[in-house]
Each structure stands twice: as C-alpha cells, then as structure tokens.
Design a protein around this ligand. Structure first.
Ligand SMILES: Cc1ncc(COP(=O)(O)O)c(C=O)c1O
Length: 374
C-alpha cells in the first residue's frame, strides 16, 4: 500500500490518500456478493465455477474457492497460470489455437485438472496431439451456441460428432458441454421467454448426445445477468458467472443487482468545471473503458455511486465528462467522486492494482496479476 499512496498524505490509509484515478473495491459489498452467488448455487444443487476474467487476481479467486466454488473459469493462458497458484480445477473457456497456447496449457502444474471448451475439430485435433505428446489428459466440454452467435456448435449433430471424437481420443476426456447465455440482456424480470428458448435449444442437444451414448456429465452455463435463472435450465449442473463479484452499471440496469451492490468504483477527482452544465474528472477511457450499456438505450459510460443520476456522458483518454443537467449537485475542482463503470471487467483490466476499502479506510491492495500475457 505504501508504495502506491500519494507522497504527501493528510491521513494515512484512507481513500483521500490515493492518487486518482484509482480502482477501489468495497470489501463488505464484495463479500456479500460472493456469499449470495454461492448460496444460490448451493441452494439449487449447482456447482459454481466463477469466471476469473472479471478480477484476474489469485487473491480474489481464493475468496471464491474458500466459499465452495468447484474450480475457476479462465479465458487466457495467463489467467490459467495465475489461477493455478490457488486452483486445482481450471476450465479454459476459450479455444486454445496455436502451438504457443497449447504449450502453455500443457505446462500448467501437474496437479491441475484442466478442461477446455472447444467447438471444432480444428481445435480438438491439435489439442489431442499436444496432450498425447505431453503425456497428459485434458478434459473437453463441447461448446454449444444457444443464441449468443459467438462461438459454439450450431447443431446437435455437430455436438455429437465432436463429443465422439473426444471420447475416442486417448489423451482427451469427454466431460460434457458448455454454453454462454451472454445474449440474454433483458431485465431480469423479463428474461422468461429467452430462458425458455435457451432451454429448448439445449434440450435438443442433450437428447442427441444421450441418444448417441454420450450423455454429458457436466452441463456448464451461466452469466451474471441470467445467473438467477440457472435453476430453470433443465440439466444444467454448473454456472460460471464472473461479473457478480463486483457488479457494474450494466448488471444494475438489468436488475441483476441493486445499485448498492456495485462493489467496484473508479475513484476520480474533479479537475474542471469551466464549461457550464458539466464537470470533468480525471477518469477517462483509460480508467473506465469505453463500453456502452449493451442491451439498453441508456446513455453514458458510467455513473456516480453516490449520485446515480449523474452519468459520465463522454470520455476522452484521461477526461470523463459528467453531465450535471439532471442534478442540482455543483462540485468544486478537487472534489472526489466514485464512478461505477458500465463494464467492470474491462475497467479492471486497465488497472495495475485494486485497493480494498472498508468505508474510507484502505485495508489492502492487490495486483491485477493476470493482465496481458505475462
Ligand atoms: C464463456 C463465458 N463464461 C462466463 C462468463 C461470465 O459472464 P458474466 O460476465 O456475465 O458474469 C463470460 C463472460 O464474458 C464468458 O465469456
């Protein structure tokens, strides 16, 4: 903490000492978010395998594992390496294409149970060869497209073909299927029809796999916005939300969390009020990330934690323009604010470290270890 606090400090160890912009997590809110999701999973007999791309820190993954998570999900090999310091069961939910990534995958510590999501033979064949050469067993989940239209096989027949290839490959182990319901962006109370469509689509594939003698052991799904609908998807065994740990303006706008359940903010300082109707803070696109509020027509790139009616209307790299027109608040230069970003995962990825706070007091700091490729 000492090394990253401002050189002159009025009151050591408080938010006032931080150089802005700085990423701050309210630890009590984060712990409550962790407890709530673990309780939901346990109450419904689902395994929780949180996606660690949101926080990218082994210190925070430990919080998830100690509460009962069965393992972690990662998107990059760097995340896999960092998480292997604390996790013994890792799902790479991203196709490992190319010799470099396969080598890093197979160099993970021997005690780590690895599972990879894949949607083509082009990914599976080199994976099978590399695993055989390394004398390792790699588990596979066949990735299904259930509406996101990003990755995943498009038909039950293709899922059966891939599952059979995996089951027959000596160094691969067929563990089941996965899907990501990231296309469900309706408000939580309006998700019913989309969840039913997803359920129908999924059942067709599960039936085809069962008929082919390849019933999936694991059926892994789950995003934060649709997390609480997981128990309504028949056959699902595992959920992989990531954003829930911190939440953000997107999860709040869709009703997947209350505004007070946003644990992560960017602490920023007002640096200009010269232009009427606005205030400028020192958190721009390089701290908040230029992410729109997907699935809604709400404008802006973030909003103030204490005054949600004040949104970040526009961004330059180092400037965030706060729109004051809907508020009677008139800040002074030097005043500090906490901004909830639209998409927390991308904002975290821009930070070297995150400060854990209780009230105004900074009680710890952790590195965002898994940024980049290491
Ligand atoms: C494959 C996969 N699983 C799980 C998640 C977690 O979803 P969320 O960020 O909504 O919690 C993501 C998010 O991008 C993802 O891509």
């Amino acid at each position: 903490v000492e090394a990253v606090l401002a050189p002159t400090r009025a009151e050591p160890g408080t938010l006032a000492d931080l150089i802005t912009p700085a990423a701050v997590v309210d630890l009590d809110v984060m712990h409550a978010n962790l407890d709530r999701m673990q309780a939901y999973a346990s109450d419904h007999g689902l395994s929780l395998r949180p996606h660690t791309k949101t926080h990218k820190s082994s210190r925070i993954a430990e919080e998830q594992l100690s509460r009962g998570a069965v393992g972690v999900t990662v998107a990059t090999l760097r995340e896999a390496e960092v998480m292997s310091r604390v996790a013994t069961d890792i799902l790479l939910a991203y196709p490992p294409v190319g010799a470099h990534k396969l080598a890093r995958l197979l160099a993970l510590p021997a005690g780590v149970r690895i599972t990879v999501a894949a949607d083509s033979l082009e990914v599976l064949r080199p994976l099978a060869d590399a695993a055989k050469n390394a004398e390792k067993t790699v588990g596979v989940l066949v990735e299904l497209d259930v509406g996101m239209r990003r990755v995943g096989v498009a038909s039950p027949q293709t899922a059966v073909t891939l599952a059979r290839f995996v089951a027959d490959a000596p160094a691969l182990e067929y563990r089941g299927v996965m899907f990501y319901p990231g296309h469900i962006r309706e408000r939580v109370d309006e998700q019913g029809p989309a969840v039913t469509r997803l359920d129908d689509e999924l059942q067709r594939t599960l039936d085809a796999l069962t008929d082919a003698g390849l019933p999936p052991g694991i059926v892994s799904g789950g995003s934060t916005p649709a997390a609480n609908a997981s128990h309504r998807v028949h056959g699902m065994t595992e959920m992989r939300p990531g954003t829930y740990i911190f939440n953000d303006r997107t999860t709040a706008v869709v009703g997947a969390c209350a505004w007070e359940e946003c644990a992560y903010t960017i602490l920023a300082t007002v640096v200009s009020t010269a232009v009427p109707g606005q205030a400028v803070v020192d958190a721009g696109a390089k701290a908040l990330a230029r992410e729109e509020l997907k699935g809604t027509d709400a404008p802006g790139f973030g909003a103030l934690l204490d005054r949600p009616e004040v949104i970040v209307r526009a961004l330059s790299e180092e400037h965030g323009i706060l729109d004051l027109l809907g508020s009677d608040w008139r800040p002074e230069v030097g005043e500090r604010v906490r901004v909830v970003p639209n998409h927390v995962c991308v904002s975290v990825n821009l930070q070297p470290h995150v400060f854990g706070a209780r009230g105004d007091r900074i009680v710890e700091v952790w590195e965002v270890e898994a940024r980049g490729w290491g």
